[in-house]
Design a protein around this ligand. Structure first.
Ligand code: MG
Length: 387
């Protein structure tokens, strides 16, 4: 073995038994293979663009809200803590978390839904699949291969959901969706850390944006537990500090529960290899039933009060219109895209037909930041710029 490698449990992914890269490369000298994956993600251009992509709030709405970049960093930080506590592979989980949102369109979920609708007759658009496409094909950095040539286990974690239609075309990586198998623990963990991060930071952003109120949130069990605890300790605390003392407890409750419940499941199932983890009849990482219920309650609350808040809906509608009009403009004239994309679209059309041509358009739009999409829309539709 070359390079540093943290000691991991038998049920964790270990690089000496990992499935490796699609194109073999000499081993790294001062890093482990999964550290190399993490570094490749951080150096990718898709990663840098995450700073200007929305979570819930459109990027230029305010500088204090989460973007996809800070979200990804929070996910990675939460996941590494849990990985350390359970002796999982921290570098692998970090690489997965930093890469998990690389395929996100501008304007968050509204953008993804709009692009999916535009591509409806041409294979649709799924952001998880797009994240994999970014690391497998779209990044252009290396002389010997397209994409980042990441380890199988990292790619497995990035593809957290996938429709069976697409899974069939993905070979080994897609098989688990068809066979109902689990991914490695690090992939399961990255998925859960994503939920911990967005549920807690959306509460934080929603409160600070004034779209949510502390009093209405107290009807949510996990929030009122945190609120009561903070109040007992700091009866006079107000404003920003009150919010943050609550939010840090939300993260703490979820992380503690995740570590305890996953330890219990691992002890009970006692897997001695990653293969046993993959063939287990249920995920071995997870929340206790009580925490899963509380989590669902919080999610439902956020759905009703934040994601469907008139101000957020207004942003989402506008975003939907912007991306749809961009798509239609490029669809009718691919020369409106930069020459590398219009040439790629032309080539794709000649070799593989209309769906391949539009896939290049979707790739181009998906890669945009919020502000670039707005600028580009203003350029193509100058009359709309005034409203
Ligand atoms: Mg995410």
């Amino acid at each position: 073995m070359t390079g540093p490698s943290a000691t991991v449990a038998l049920f964790a992914v270990d690089e000496s038994t990992a499935r490796g890269r699609r194109i073999s490369e000499p081993p790294p000298t001062h890093r482990s293979e999964f550290q190399r994956d993490r570094d490749r993600v951080i150096h990718s251009s898709a990663f840098r663009r995450l700073v200007y992509k929305t979570q819930v709030f459109v990027n230029h709405e305010g500088d204090l809200y989460r973007t996809r970049l800070t979200h990804s960093l929070e996910v990675a930080q939460i996941a590494r803590t849990v990985a350390g506590a359970l002796s999982l592979n921290e570098y692998l989980v970090e690489a997965i978390c930093l890469a998990h949102d690389l395929g996100h369109t501008p304007f968050g979920h509204a953008g993804q839904d709009a692009l999916n609708a535009c591509m409806r007759d041409h294979g649709g658009f799924e952001h998880n699949l797009q994240s994999l496409r970014v690391v497998d094909e779209l990044e252009e950095k290396y002389a010997d291969f397209a994409g980042l040539n990441l380890m199988y286990e990292t790619r497995e974690g990035i593809l957290k959901h996938c429709s069976s239609r697409h899974a069939r075309g993905l070979g080994e990586l897609g098989r688990r969706f068809l066979e109902g198998r689990q991914p490695a623990l690090e992939a399961q963990l990255a998925n859960l850390a994503d939920e911990v991060a967005y549920n807690s930071h959306d509460v934080d952003d929603g409160l600070r944006a004034g779209l949510l109120g502390v009093d209405e949130l107290r009807e949510v069990t996990i929030f009122s537990r945190a609120y009561d605890e903070v109040r007992r300790r700091y009866p006079e605390l107000q404003g920003r500090r009150l919010i943050y003392e609550i939010v840090r407890r939300l993260i703490g409750y979820m992380v503690d529960d995740l570590v305890e419940e996953s330890s219990r499941r691992l002890l009970e199932a006692a897997p001695v290899s990653v293969e046993e983890v993959r063939s287990a009849d249920r995920p071995l990482m997870g929340f206790s039933r009580s925490m899963a219920d509380q989590h669902r309650q919080l999610k439902r609350f956020l759905m009703h009060h934040l994601y469907r808040h008139p101000r957020v809906v207004k942003m989402s509608n506008r975003a939907w219109g912007t991306l749809t009009e961009l798509f239609e403009a490029y669809q009718s004239d691919i020369r409106l895209m930069p020459s590398e994309f219009s040439l790629a679209a032309e080539n794709a059309a000649q070799k593989r037909g209309e769906s391949a041509r539009l896939r290049v358009v979707a790739d181009y739009i998906a890669g945009m930041t919020d502000r670039y999409a707005i600028l580009e829309h203003d350029r193509l539709f100058p009359a709309d710029g005034a409203d």
